[in-house]
Design a protein around this ligand. Structure first.
Ligand code: ZN
Length: 270
């Protein structure tokens, strides 16, 4: 016998309600032990909806404002990436921008300021002032505002080597010694530029192309970085190591609410 549709319509929401209730209580228990720190990755912002629709690097300023609004309404507090080792607010979230685009300043800064929120920009130090990128004085002004913190995305290891490997990786014909000195030299160059233009040295680092390995992880730790980020799509927790911390990429079509719920559920069952 077929069950009347009406009953199905009542049972289904009840099951969902019961299930979400038990998940919710598990979530509360888990949060006491291990608080989540969602780290969101953006690249470019635009006020042109057509660009936001067609280029995956871009998110519209409208969507970015909606994301900030969602975070505010849901009780999140934004913190800088470099402050992840400090005491955390109840619902921390880290907003990051990669590559140091000028449009982060043009469209992101005013919205962040309006919402009383913070973000971190990972810059490629050698590319400052080049095509569509922030200049050093612009980066300094952003950092001085207290709204946006500037951290490192390498000096000049954001490209591919001749053999196709990411330049943060060891080349197929490169010795370990040569690789170590190449990465260390890049860190020294970054520090010199930050000393000169920013008045501090970076503590947080985002791996270009998410290209991390045992050696470059060691090198960054030895160079006094306190937090490093991969591009692994996950939400990390307070008890996790702050090295190789995961981030979730945000696209124009991403629903932030759905995404945060999805990764929370994955954390619950993993
Ligand atoms: Zn990048």
């Amino acid at each position: 016998m077929k069950r009347p549709k009406k009953i199905q319509l009542i049972i289904l929401p009840l099951v969902i309600l019961l299930l979400s209730g038990s998940l919710f209580s598990r979530n509360l228990i888990m949060n006491e032990k291990s608080q989540e720190i969602p780290v969101l990755t953006y690249h470019c912002l635009t006020d042109d909806p057509a660009i936001a629709k067609s280029d995956p690097l871009y998110v519209s300023s409208k969507k970015f404002a909606e994301d900030l609004d969602y975070l505010k309404k849901n009780g999140y507090t934004t913190i800088f990436a470099k402050d992840m080792d400090q005491p955390l607010p109840p619902k921390p979230v880290v907003i990051t921008f990669d590559d140091g685009y000028k449009n982060n300043d043009t469209y992101g800064y005013p919205l962040l300021k309006q919402y009383g929120m913070k973000a971190t920009i990972f810059i490629i130090a050698s590319a400052m002032g080049s095509d569509r990128k922030l200049t050093w004085p612009e980066a300094r002004a952003l950092a001085d505002s207290g709204v946006i913190d500037i951290q490192s995305h390498t000096y000049n290891l954001h490209h591919r080597l001749e053999d196709g490997t990411a330049s943060m990786e060891q080349g197929s014909k490169e010795t370990e010694t040569a690789y170590r000195s190449r990465v260390n030299e890049d860190i020294n160059q970054t520090n010199e530029r930050f000393d000169q233009y920013m008045g501090y040295r970076p503590k947080a680092f985002a791996y270009p192309y998410g290209a991390y390995n045992v050696l470059n992880d060691q090198i960054l730790k030895a160079a006094d970085y306190t937090v490093t980020f991969t591009s692994e799509n996950k939400i990390g927790k307070k008890n996790d190591s702050l090295y190789l911390f995961p981030r979730v990429e945000i696209y124009e079509h991403t629903s932030l609410g759905y995404l945060l719920m999805k990764y929370t559920l994955i954390n619950l069952f993993s």
